[in-house]
Design a protein around this ligand. Structure first.
Ligand SMILES: O=P(O)(O)OC[C@H]1O[C@](O)(COP(=O)(O)O)[C@@H](O)[C@@H]1O
Ligand SMILES: [Mg+2]
Ligand SMILES: [Mg+2]
Length: 345
């Protein structure tokens, strides 16, 4: 069977970034930084794709700062991203889900003005069952004059992001990227080894009949979430007047990718199990980059009470409740929270 060739008119990630630089929307440093991240994601894609044959499945036998057991692929993906980016010359610091504190750029390496944050492998509980996982990343500017960043330098709201993206390692590997001018999807041409632009300007429909949430947490939710999902489930006969479908991959990257592709609302609300931590998902390298991608595609992202991108971070590994996706549906979920708050004495 012969491989289907990529058409010669195809726009590679490299060409897209050069065109954005020519248009004055990106500088050479940020362009090269994105290229390095994309290259690292290709290596992760190869490791994920080998599965059991690569000897990379299973637990690493270690835990991260957040008390989560690390998978071998969590550790490997973190190392791949660190190694590729630390010497890239465009960074003043790196931070990752898998590292307690930010990672300094060694003295002998060239430095730059950007900060890179990442969740090296998202949805890693799905690795051993061969379900899609991904990498999420966010790029910030280092504060003026900072060439070796400390944790506090990363604590900027999501509105300060200059770039956000994720790679999904699924049936195909895709990179979804924004530099603040729309959200665009690139598919990895595995034979050629390059990302090719396959959807320019992704647009999330404002309305939806699909929601994504871990329903097993229902009894732990707070009252506004109970009421919101209760109304979704009551379908046509209920106050929403329409039936809703549900999907939950349990890899944020895969769930958000579905929403960017066909609409929906993704939610990881506050529940009694994670209330003391502020939520389950991490603001700096999960919620914020996804919020920027979703907003750039015409959607909305909120904590339920505040626009996600305006949350002022207080810690590298800070957690938040998350509602994101189809604009009007996110606004509806937020309205349930405000109505509940307004009723409180
Ligand atoms: O186990 P649950 O409650 O379904 O949670 C799934 C969520 O946790 C995550 O797996 C957390 O990400 P990590 O795998 O990077 O820790 C999200 O991708 C996903 O949305
Ligand atoms: Mg994650
Ligand atoms: Mg992870």
């Amino acid at each position: 069977m012969s491989a289907v060739p990529t058409p010669s008119s195809a726009i590679s990630l490299t060409r897209y970034l050069i065109e954005e630089q020519r248009a004055g929307r990106i500088n050479a440093d940020l362009r090269l930084l994105i290229e390095v991240v994309a290259r690292a994601c290709k290596s992760i894609s190869i490791a994920v794709g080998k599965g059991a044959l690569g000897g990379v499945l299973g637990d690493a036998g270690t835990g991260n700062i957040q008390g989560e057991a690390q998978k071998k692929l969590d550790v490997l993906s973190n190392e791949i991203l660190l190694e590729a980016n630390a010497w890239g010359g465009h960074l003043a610091g790196l931070a990752s889900e898998e590292m307690d504190t930010s990672h300094p750029i060694p003295d002998v390496y060239p430095r730059g003005n950007y900060l890179l944050l990442f969740d090296p492998l998202d949805g890693s509980s799905n690795i051993d069952v061969n379900i899609s996982v991904g990498t999420i990343f966010s790029v910030l500017r280092a504060p003026d004059g900072v060439t070796q960043a400390e944790d506090k330098d990363f604590l900027q709201p999501g509105t300060a992001q200059v770039c956000a993206g994720y790679t999904t390692y699924g049936p195909s590997t895709m990179l979804v990227l924004t530099i603040g001018h729309g959200t665009h999807a690139f598919t990895l041409d595995r034979e050629v080894g390059s990302f090719v632009l396959t959807t320019r300007d992704m647009q999330i429909p404002a309305d939806t009949q699909e929601f994504a949430v871990n329903m097993s947490n229902q009894r732990h939710w707070q009252p506004p979430m109970q009421r919101y999902v209760g109304d979704l489930l009551s379908g046509k006969q209920g106050p929403r007047g329409k039936d809703f479908n549900m999907r939950w991959v349990a890899s944020m990257v895969a769930d958000v990718h579905r929403i960017l592709t066909r609409g929906g609302i993704f939610s990881y609300p506050l529940d009694a199990k994670c209330a003391d931590k502020g939520g389950k998902l991490r603001l700096m390298y999960e919620a914020n980059p996804m919020a920027m991608l979703v907003e750039q595609a015409g959607g909305a992202a909120s904590t339920g009470r505040q626009r996600m991108l305006e949350v002022q971070p207080t810690g590298l590994h800070q957690r938040v409740p998350v509602f994101l996706g189809s604009k009007r549906e996110v606004e509806t979920a937020v309205r349930y929270h405000h109505e509940f708050d307004a009723e409180q004495p």
